[in-house]
Ligand binder design. Structure first.
Ligand SMILES: [Zn+2]
Ligand SMILES: [Zn+2]
Ligand SMILES: [Zn+2]
Length: 361
């Protein structure tokens, strides 16, 4: 096996390796024979951003969702980050310095900018913030693919306001490396666009609440008959009847809060939205490991259109090739993909793919 030397530096799980082939790009392959339902890894997001419309409902640190309404504990400086508990607030705010706080507040009030672009900008800010706090972990993000060089002039123009904003406020903060320019920021924007995953409300795939970057999961290529599924481990297990009183930040009584979210608090903080990637079928050694980037229950033309529009490639997976060979008369019956609970929401061309999901505004 010809492993990617650049990626072998990272702590990849022992069951997988990556290789880059000319024309095919990078792929993730099985090192050994794998049984169905083998968990390849579980990872935390590198960075997350919650959409403005959900900022009060999801904890900025652990992403636990308020079962019914809004959290009230929040950063008074920016009013952009809300927390499920004093513990999450303390842990988060110790790194939420003045620079980060000002930047989030300024972004929230930035006018004449599409809100989808704003959410990408927010995740970009959170990625730089994460890098500033832990530079060593940025390697896998650095290796993600950017399509910025393929963007049309028109598209680059559409992003100009965000580019100017990020450059203007990021550069004086000292978060950028000395050689990094506006173009480097836009490469990160493009990486976020095509590698971001959606954060959904528990059991509600129709309610998208934010974006998250899981760089390791982004090593997995798409196949319409994927052999791996992606799942987020969330605040599953909150039982409605255990919700005794609504959260109220005027109460400092910890006991009371424990009663509000007992199953959330019974687990360590920050465990939420761990991503699991599992095999769905038997996988042979050196076989590519793949996930579905789009709804694979869609017909061939729609799948290909979405993949081309959002991820810049024409799918030539075995299933697509077979289906495209079939004539209209002997139309191939659509095979339903295994249900997966999460899919990337990256979009090559702005936010087109996001529109597949009801937008939560
Ligand atoms: Zn929390
Ligand atoms: Zn703040
Ligand atoms: Zn395909």
């Amino acid at each position: 096996m010809a492993e990617d030397p650049s990626l072998s530096l990272f702590d990849l799980p022992s069951t997988i390796y990556t290789k880059t082939t000319k024309g095919k790009g990078r792929e993730c392959l099985a090192k050994y024979s794998l049984e169905p339902k083998t968990t390849l890894f579980s990872v935390y997001p590198y960075a997350t951003c919650i959409f403005d419309s959900f900022k009060k409902r999801l904890c900025a640190r652990c992403l636990a969702a308020h079962p019914t309404k809004s959290f009230s504990l929040h950063c008074l400086g920016c009013d952009q980050v809300y927390f499920c508990s004093h513990d999450c607030a303390d842990q988060y705010l110790k790194d939420h310095d003045q620079g980060c706080c000002d930047l989030l507040r300024k972004l929230a009030t930035l006018k004449k900018v599409d809100r989808h672009m704003k959410s990408v900008a927010k995740l970009v800010i959170m990625i730089y913030w994460q890098r500033k706090n832990d530079e060593g972990s940025f390697g896998l993000v650095h290796h993600l693919e950017s399509h910025y060089d393929d963007w049309s002039m028109e598209m680059k123009q559409d992003w100009r306001r965000i580019q100017d904003f990020l450059w203007k406020y990021l550069s004086p903060l000292g978060w950028l490396l000395s050689h990094e320019t506006e173009v480097d920021i836009m490469h990160l924007v493009s990486k976020v666009e095509s590698n971001g995953f959606g954060i959904y409300l528990e059991n509600r795939l129709d309610i998208l609440t934010g974006r998250a970057l899981y760089p390791l999961a982004s090593l997995f290529n798409h196949d319409c008959s994927f052999n791996c599924e992606v799942e987020q481990w969330t605040e599953e297990g909150i039982e409605e009847e255990q919700v005794i009183v609504p959260m109220d930040d005027t109460q400092d009584d910890h006991e009371q809060q424990l009663k509000v979210y007992p199953s959330v608090f019974s687990r360590p903080r920050g465990k939420y939205r761990q991503m699991l990637i599992r095999t769905t079928t038997n996988v042979q050694p050196d076989q590519p490991l793949t996930i579905g980037y789009v709804d694979t229950t869609l017909p061939l033309a729609s799948r290909r259109q979405k993949l081309l529009q959002d991820y810049y490639f024409t799918c030539l997976c075995q299933r697509c090739v077979l289906e495209s060979q079939a004539t209209g008369a002997s139309k191939v019956k659509e095979k339903r993909g295994t249900a997966f609970t999460l899919r990337p929401v990256g979009t090559g061309f702005g936010w087109a793919h996001m529109l597949c999901f009801p937008w939560p505004f």
